[in-house]
Design a protein around this ligand. Structure first.
Ligand SMILES: [Zn+2]
Length: 334
């Protein structure tokens, strides 16, 4: 049975992005695949009145079950209202759809937005696949994110050895031909908790920490010039907070040289046409750090609520921090 996202109380990204580009802020796109993560996201967004994109990757869909995810998203809307958020603006988005069939299935299942990632394909095939998805999605008022340029790193089943920055000279043609609603670009962000190899980085002489290479803001600027006001998306934009890495490593974990995108660079990006910033790894790190610390302090605990509660609190703190201090999306959905 087909379900429209509108019946679930969800919204698509059209109006949300238009406002964000104009207002110089970015919408958080947080991945989720379990209840505690979703609770933390909804609590953080309801308290800060931030619009939000709930993202589900193909892997998460397989992990959590698509029917359950749909009702969880519907539940998120109702829960947000219960928390006093009168008009929650929540998007349910497919992250890195890799086929027309998957995107169609998500549209039919109540997603309000889908990404078709044809970035690994030759240009013309990416155009054709994206166009096909857009044709179907737009019939159901579902918005479509496409991708041009290849990110390095690993996120679920997306992996690439090399990073190819988006070519600004291609964007006008691509958007015109595909009619996509937003475009993920490659300017040096990367998936996962190991975004850069130590040899790509410099070291801070004081702290000994890795300092990653800066994002290619010149490429972003050139794209903005070609497509004024068009919504741009950044994937792989976790900051990999070193305090979480330290807690994990101090409590039996092993994450050597995990490094992310510095928040001041994301802050700068959020003020531009970048209107959606994807954050996944930071939530995983917050959860793992809290759980590892809890087990170190309470080795006798075995009720999952005992360690998932502090994990949820830590994730919520992290989400709020991103909304208030990095993206500037607070107060934009009252
Ligand atoms: Zn991604």
């Amino acid at each position: 049975m087909k379900v429209s996202f509108k019946d679930l109380g969800l919204v698509n990204t059209r109006e949300m992005f238009a406002k964000a580009v104009k207002g110089g802020y970015a919408i958080p796109a947080f991945n989720f695949n379990n209840m505690e993560q979703l609770q933390a996201i909804v609590q953080a967004c309801a308290e800060t009145k931030s619009p939000v994109i709930l993202q589900v990757s193909k892997g998460a869909r397989n992990y959590a079950n698509q029917t359950l995810l749909r009702y969880m998203a519907q539940g998120a809307v109702e829960y947000a209202k219960e928390l006093g958020w009168k008009r929650p603006q929540i998007v349910l988005h497919l992250d890195h759809g890799d086929s027309y069939e998957l995107c169609k299935s998500c549209v039919d299942f109540g997603f309000s937005s889908v990404m078709i990632d044809g970035s690994a394909l030759p240009y013309d095939e990416n155009v054709a696949l994206t166009r096909k998805v857009v044709n179907y999605a737009h019939k159901h008022d579902v918005t479509v994110e496409a991708e041009l340029g290849v990110l390095a790193g690993v996120e679920d089943e997306v992996s690439s050895e090399v990073s190819h920055y988006t070519k600004p000279e291609e964007v006008i043609d691509f958007v015109k031909k595909t009619k996509c609603d937003s475009l993920a670009i490659s300017i040096g962000t990367s998936h996962g908790a190991y975004k850069f190899k130590p040899e790509q980085c410099t070291r801070d002489p004081k702290t000994g920490r890795l300092v990653p290479p800066p994002l290619a803001f010149d490429v972003l600027k050139a794209i903005e010039k070609k497509l004024p006001g068009f919504p741009i998306v950044l994937h792989g934009s976790s900051s990999v907070p070193q305090e979480y890495v330290d807690i994990i490593n101090a409590n039996g974990g092993k994450l050597p040289d995990a490094v992310g995108i510095p928040e001041e660079q994301l802050r700068k990006a959020a003020k531009s046409a970048v209107c959606k910033i994807n954050i996944d790894s930071d939530s995983r790190l917050a959860m793992t750090a809290a759980i590892r610390q809890h087990f170190a302090e309470y080795p006798g605990h075995f009720d999952p609520r005992q360690y998932l509660k502090p994990a949820r609190e830590e994730m919520k703190k992290m989400y709020e921090h991103k909304i208030l201090n990095v993206l500037g999306s607070n107060g934009k959905a009252r």
